[in-house]
Write a protein that binds this ligand. Structure first.
Ligand code: ZN
Length: 552
């Protein structure tokens, strides 16, 4: 670039700025009489905010902020209600979940007969031979005390191929016709990093496959969602998130289709949260070739990290552990990619300026991922790469020290203890004190985030607060009490720390002048609420960019 162009661009930006001289900027909305918890250390609590063109213009005492009132400005009396920065869900799958809610059978039901009935009903409306698709099935949440079998699925849906994704997303279930369409029979060998389950007594297919074996189905099921379906999916999930106080979410397994869906929804006015869209490693070559890297985009849709997957899941017990699952002495979980594969993709992305987010749940998975990050940073040091450890569930002291040394960011599940209590017994009391380890992360000065991983976990921020503060499930069982944090810490984790994880801490995550006007108005004050009823706090309003995205 020549000096001439630089100067022209500089003058151009001055000219544009002078159209809106700062002194003449007027607030268009004033919120007063609130208990505003800002997450800004310089001014932790305020009474009023002024908002101008989507950003906080002033934050402070009623008297100071209301002095800015000019004719025509809108005013809202908050009546003493508590206001927090908008919540940031640092690991979720909104675009995928949206299209699933739009097109698939929601199998989040409490008995196998109830699931069968829902599938049967969908089958009657589906042309013969076409796939019936389900999602959010959870084998631990049905009263039957056993998982779905291939016989259940054959009797519910005999004439259509059927495919159901487990809530955790790492295992799928299918009927006999589904297996035939996927080209799997009793003799099909397990692929590397995957498993096809068989009935222990008969050797026949059980109906379930895990991890990379899911690819048989991915190839067989036609990907026939339209561009409109994907946009509609984002629209649907936008409303669901806004209702709970979420104003930003990381799309943790994004594809170019998802990136387009977010842009389409933004353009049609249907995107109600800010999306930080990870890109799955399978697309990284094309992205790098196109000159794309982390950070490209705007305040609503931004390219996030490259996503890698090291091991399995917590809810489906496939996370790779150094000690076996309770009651299963030979089961240590699954490593999905080899260290060398992680390094090869990681190196490409790292050299091209991408942030990297690697799914790593078990302590072996985290150790492997850290070794890759440490090697990348040693061979090709980059300033502030903010490597992410997606989930980072089972830790120990030495992993904590390495995470801190690297400046890496864990995104632990925020609602699992409360919502998935029945799965905790697979991990044992000692290990649970080292899981979803916010106390350990914060004490070490590590900026961990709040993350639902929806659909696997519930995304309600008030549930996250209760889960993190009490470490207690819906039945009153306490899991890993050493990792309890305070309400104030849980809010910090769910707001400003989430912004840091996407390099956006100067843009959002706290209520301070100059930042994006993203906030939530609550019906009760979480600081005064009994910790065991935090989940019942009603969200009255949610605002993103100065506009209400939800009003009760
Ligand atoms: Zn995820």
């Amino acid at each position: 670039m020549t000096d001439g162009t630089t100067r022209r661009e500089f003058l151009g930006s001055v000219a544009a700025f002078s159209l809106f001289p700062f002194e003449q900027e007027k607030p268009d909305l004033l919120l007063q009489n609130g208990h505003i918890v800002t997450m800004n250390a310089a001014e932790p609590v305020a009474e009023a905010v002024a908002i101008s063109r989507g950003r906080f213009f002033a934050v402070g005492k009623n008297s100071d902020v209301m002095n800015l009132a000019t004719s025509g400005v809108r005013k809202l009396d908050l009546g003493g209600k508590t206001v927090l920065p908008g919540f940031i869900d640092a690991h979720s799958h909104p675009a995928m979940a949206g299209v699933m809610h739009l097109r698939m059978v929601d199998c989040d039901r409490r008995s196998i007969p109830a699931i069968e009935a829902a599938l049967r009903e969908r089958a009657t409306k589906t042309p013969a031979g076409e796939w019936v698709l389900g999602f959010k099935y959870d084998d631990t949440k049905t009263e039957d005390g056993r998982p779905l079998s291939i016989a259940d699925l054959d009797s519910a849906v005999p004439d259509h191929p059927l495919h159901i994704i487990h809530r955790g997303g790492h295992t799928v279930y299918a009927n006999s016709l589904g297996f035939r369409r996927a080209g799997i029979d009793e003799k099909t060998a397990d692929p590397p990093g995957g498993k096809i389950d068989h009935d222990a007594a008969t050797g026949k297919l059980s109906g379930r496959v895990a991890e990379s074996a899911q690819a048989f189905f991915d190839k067989a099921i036609p990907q026939n969602f339209t561009r409109d379906d994907h946009r509609e999916g984002v629209k649907l999930i936008s409303k669901m998130l806004a209702k709970t106080g979420i104003t930003s979410a990381t799309e943790a397994q994004g594809t170019p289709t998802d990136l387009r869906a977010y842009q389409d929804a933004r353009d049609s006015g249907d995107l109600l949260f800010r999306a930080y869209c990870f890109i799955n490693y399978r697309f990284i070559d094309a992205m790098i070739e196109a000159g794309v890297r982390t950070g490209l985009g705007d305040d609503w849709v931004r390219v996030g990290a490259m996503k890698l997957v090291c091991d399995g899941s917590i809810s489906e017990r496939t996370a790779r552990l150094s000690a076996p699952y309770e009651g299963r002495p030979n089961d240590y979980g699954i490593l999905v990619m080899t260290e060398e594969e992680l390094y090869t993709y990681g190196r490409k992305a790292h050299l091209a300026g991408w942030q990297i987010g690697t799914h790593a749940n078990g302590d072996v998975g985290i150790d492997t991922t850290l070794r890759v990050y440490e090697r990348l940073q040693k061979e090709s040091p980059r300033h502030d790469p903010r490597f992410r450890l997606e989930h980072c569930t089972v830790i120990n002291d030495s992993l904590i020290a390495r995470i801190k040394a690297l400046g890496a960011i864990p995104t632990p599940f925020s609602t699992y203890v409360y919502y998935h209590g029945e799965k905790m017994r697979y991990y044992g009391a000692e290990r649970l004190n080292r899981m979803f380890a916010l106390r350990s992360f914060l004490d070490a000065g590590i900026r961990a985030t709040q993350a639902s991983d929806y659909p696997p976990g519930e995304f309600i921020p008030m549930m996250a607060l209760q889960s993190e503060v009490t470490r207690t499930d819906t039945k009153g069982n306490v899991w890993g009490p050493k990792q309890k944090i305070s309400v104030e810490e849980a809010i910090r984790v769910g707001t400003i720390n989430g912004a840091y994880a996407s390099h956006e801490e100067n843009l959002k995550g706290s209520i301070e002048a100059g930042k994006l006007a993203d906030l939530v108005v609550l019906g009760h004050d979480p600081f005064k609420e009994n910790p065991s009823t935090l989940v019942t706090i009603p969200v009255e309003r949610t605002m993103a960019g100065g506009n209400w995205t939800f009003e009760s």
